[in-house]
Write a protein that binds this ligand. Structure first.
Ligand code: SAH
Ligand code: SF4
Length: 467
């Protein structure tokens, strides 16, 4: 198949729906505009870029203010209760917009909507919502809007079969120099606290050639950073007929010519092997940063979490990374207050983070998720006590982050300039280690690599001068 034909394949398959919607938009709205709000992780950001791409292809202009829009889509997250509560609050607020503009279409999708109890709640309590569909139905988006417009009734799509991978879906990238590139979907790990395998389904990898083709396109379009995305990137390739390991894929992307950086997330410690670290060490474009969520430093809790590694195995790969990658930036996710966790277990987490010396941490208080194994476990510690542990963790990590930042004082670094701080007008840049570097400079450097000398190390960021 010709390249152009391949790239139009999704559109051609859905042409009937795209055409119907475009015509409908011309008849109903003067200037059709669409607003998409994304909750949660980078995978959701990447999915939203596809929704925006499809909406644009239908004839919508993508806008950043929901009040201007005639189509509103919320792409939701179900990982923690807090994220779900925010969605309900924000959906409620759409009622008055819809009253003012009855032709408006309101749609909800993503992980939350894959859960039947949530989709039922929306059906009963939010009658102004027109369309609800889960992650398995993402690529049916044009067909679902067509149904809402043609049948003029509410559509609640709940697919029981798994999502099939659809290539060449039009994409509207939010960033001008940083791009997300999903390499796989779903998760097979069933960590006992986590809802992701239930709402995103079984793990499926994209074909290696499709990923490389997209990476090449991204780099040729001038992007400076690609982030390869998956819930567990290290098990990439398991579902492919021609097995390719994640390290091999990383190397293939790294082999593409150009001036760009590669990041990837998330790595699961049980599947992160020396091969990955060796590829990072020999890579030309791969950032000096490894995000390796440990969740807990207690072997008892790791077992209850169904993580399939011990603290000792975790440290083994960490020490190997430290040996092979000079001053590598290590980051992690920690859950505080998993059901049955004691203060002694928590202290083991504190010990571990001191031993590893992470550059930063993403920390969460355990949130009970319907349908997961942990939701059935006894959870005697109060939220208040968990919050105290949580604050203790932040304090310990703060000192560790400060120490890590100090390593870079007086050093020369290459950074990618990302934007301008509203507060002081300085430029904010990011190093290969994912450290924020504050510099003085002209706005036209945004989106470019520059060399800086680090002149100050703050608690969690650096200050540098352009060289
Ligand atoms: N697939 C990735 C990330 C998944 S979600 C991984 O395995 O690392 C991102 C983070 O959210 C997890 O690493 C975990 O720390 C946190 N998380 C997931 N479920 C949670 C829950 N029920 N309560 C609190 N934090 C949770
Ligand atoms: Fe959730 Fe575990 Fe899968 Fe990550 S690896 S998405 S934490 S089940």
């Amino acid at each position: 198949m010709l390249n152009k034909e391949r790239k139009d394949s999704f559109f051609n398959k859905n042409k009937k729906y795209f055409d119907f919607i475009s015509n409908n938009l011309k008849n109903v709205y003067n200037e059709p505009k669409a607003f998409v709000r994304t909750y949660g992780c980078q995978q959701n950001v990447a999915d939203s870029e596809k929704f925006k791409g499809m909406l644009q292809k239908m004839g919508y202009e993508i806008v950043s203010d929901p009040k201007e829009a005639s189509f509103i889509l919320f792409n939701t997250c179900a990982v923690r209760e807090h994220a779900e509560d925010r969605v309900f609050g924000n959906v409620g607020a759409l009622k008055s917009l819809k009253r003012r503009n009855p032709n408006m279409i309101i749609a909800l999708c993503g992980c939350m909507m894959e859960q039947e109890h949530i989709s039922n709640k929306i059906k009963m309590s939010f009658p102004f919502v027109d369309l609800v569909f889960g992650t398995h139905s993402m690529e049916d988006f044009p067909k679902l809007i067509y149904k809402v417009m043609q049948e003029k009734k509410r559509v609640f799509e709940h697919k029981n079969d798994e999502r099939t991978i659809c290539e060449h879906v039009p994409t509207f990238r939010d960033g001008k120099f940083k791009a997300f590139l999903p390499i796989m979907y779903g998760c097979d790990n069933f960590c006992s606290y986590c809802v992701v395998p239930y709402v995103r389904g079984r793990e499926k990898s994209r074909e290696c050639e499709n990923i490389i083709e997209e990476a090449r396109d991204i780099i040729e379009s001038g992007y400076k950073e690609i982030t390869l995305l998956g819930q567990n990137v290290n098990s990439y390739g398991k579902t492919l007929d021609n097995h390719v390991s994640f390290a091999q894929l990383l190397k293939k992307v790294d082999d593409i010519d150009g001036d760009y950086w590669i990041r990837f997330m998330t790595s699961h410690p049980k599947d992160a092997k020396k091969e990955l670290i060796n590829t990072m060490a020999s890579g030309k474009h791969i950032c000096n940063h490894l995000h390796l969520p440990v969740q807990s430093g207690s072997n008892r809790i790791l077992k209850l979490m169904n993580r399939h590694y011990t603290k000792e195995q975790y440290l083994e790969i960490i020490y190997y990374a430290k040996e092979k990658l000079k001053d590598v930036s290590l980051t992690s996710d920690i859950i505080v207050g998993f059901p049955g966790e004691t203060y002694d277990d928590f202290c083991e987490t504190l010990e571990l983070i001191k031993e590893v010396s992470f550059s930063s941490l993403y920390t969460f208080i355990y949130s009970k998720r319907v349908g997961t194994k942990a939701a059935l476990m006894k959870d005697p510690i109060s939220y208040q006590e968990k919050s105290q542990w949580f604050n203790e963790l932040l304090k310990v990590q703060n000192d560790i982050s400060k120490e890590y930042c100090k390593k870079f004082l007086n050093r020369k670094m290459r950074v990618l300039v990302e934007g301008k701080a509203v507060k002081d007008g300085n430029l904010t840049a990011r190093s290969s280690e994912n450290l924020i570097v504050d510099i003085k400079g002209n706005e036209d450097l945004i989106g470019k690599f520059v060399n800086v000398k680090i002149v100050e190390a703050k608690d969690w960021f650096l200050k540098g001068n352009l060289i």
